[in-house]
Ligand binder design. Sequence first.
Ligand code: M6R
Length: 609
Amino acid sequence: MCGIVGYAGPDEALPILVEGLRRLEYRGYDSAGVAVMDGGVRVVKRAGKLSELEDALRDHQTPITGRTGMAHTRWATHGAPTDLNAHPHLDCRGRIAVIHNGIIENFQSLRDRLAKAGHRFISETDTECVAHLVEEAYRGNLADAVREAVRQLTGAYALVVTSAEEPDVIVGVKVSSPLIVGLGKGENMLASDIPAVLQKTRTFVPLAENQVVEVRADAVRITDLDGAEVPLSPMEVEWDLAAAEKSGFADFMLKEIHEQPVALRDTLRGRIDSLGRLNLDDLRMREDQIQDVHKVFVVACGTAFHAGLVAKYAIEHWTRLPVEIEIASEFRYRDPVLDGHTLTLGVSQSGETIDTLEAIRHARHQQSRVIAITNTVASSIAREADGVLYTHAGPERAVAGTKTFVTQMVALYLTALYLAQVRGTLFPAEISDHVEEMQGLPDLVKRVLSLDDQVQALAERYQQARDVLFIGRHTGYPVALEGALKLKEISYIHAEGYPAGELKHGPIALVEPGVPVVAIATECHVYQKVLSNIQEVKARGAEVIAVATEGDVEIGRVADHVLYVPRTHELFSPVVVTVPLQMLAYRIGKLRGCDVDQPRNLAKSVTVE
Ligand code: M6R
């Protein structure tokens, strides 16, 4: 949440900062602002999307020049999205500027104290108190003043600070929220996420917890909160700029839906040997440790949670281990029973979702072994877990997760089968059969993409719906949840996902003539029961859109519309079935004129609790 970018180098900072913001806008788009060291600190900020800031910069009477600067795109927490509340925030003399991602939990008491001491506040944000704290602590060294300010803060945040007194340096600090340093040649950058620095470099250093960085054109110095220097450990990112572009597609979401076959293939690559056995050394678990697992927990949020739900069916079926899946924000507040025999899987595209990060911290604290399933190399969750399995989906810019959802499921299937392989709960031949089936998924997804014309026709018919219900049983249930989440976040139509058998316990009261019900009705051991549930809603006037297996004639007799998808093993079917639901949400969102890449009120990476 909130995008941060900083630059120090020989080039004009402003265009680099704006370009960085453009690549980070998915992190928040309520307002945006820049601060450039141009004599003093020159700040321009505007409520609204980045284009508002760009207009303001174009209209600016005196051009802003300077080779050091920082910029911010905001997802509002404290204070409405207005010009005044936009970042950067300044101290009393306008000499120190601060941008911030996260929440300063004790800001009110700090603000009261600082105001009493004579500091002038002009915004409603928690961030502004940091500018005044740094002002108070400044004695000729900005990094020291930031350290001093941080000692007084509680919360989870990343901060970047500049000062007119030291115009060649930007100082960053990471306390739970992400911050990376992009290492260039004679120029360096600071950002909350990799896409912002790709314009200059693919080499980066992720900051660890409680580290402070001083970024200059010709030097990067990382220290801890006591000022002790920490050696740099640079890493290379595989992504290039093209991977983060729309490449001819109308929107990132559409591009990312179409990238799913490649993303699935990349996630499977290198993890299966020629005999169909799995090789998951990345999990960093010895065989005896895997044998010793008595229970598995899965923690995640949103779409990643739905992938975790699918994993529960697979892990329990293949390993006979009990699995508990929990929304990450609830997990650590209910005192779950964890110990050295539990394995916790933290699933997160960004690897920075604070709820999931805190949940895995809690699990580790209770001696559980933790494995991260994430798309983001060196993210906080990846670094804090004992082992990590990366989904190789590439950068996902649309706020709605699509390609990362299908790759999360595949990474979780791989994990489940690997546990089964080591624990001997499946025969080797069964594992290689499943592996072979999984390797066919990219082609099946490619075939599903050709349903677009049919999906478009359905979207036109149902674009004005007030409510849409999604129902499914077994693995069709998480798919129903995911289909409903996609539709509501992209089109703002009220949608709910339910276990199909649960409808008659209450939600069926919502069904009235004409209400669209999307039923996941692919071949599976509960298929006949799903058909009965479809009959129940039909009897009450619902219009049923079924997603069914190719060749199924029975479904045509009960559903109003059928989207046929290729046959696959029922545990793998969510990968295939989800795709037409993503397309339906996308097409309806477009017809309703919604900004499908940046839906209202949302941000891609949720770094506040
Ligand atoms: O980065 P994460 O996978 O941890 O994100 C979790 C959720 O915030 C995310 O899946 C969210 O639900 C998306 N908007 C879904 O499209």
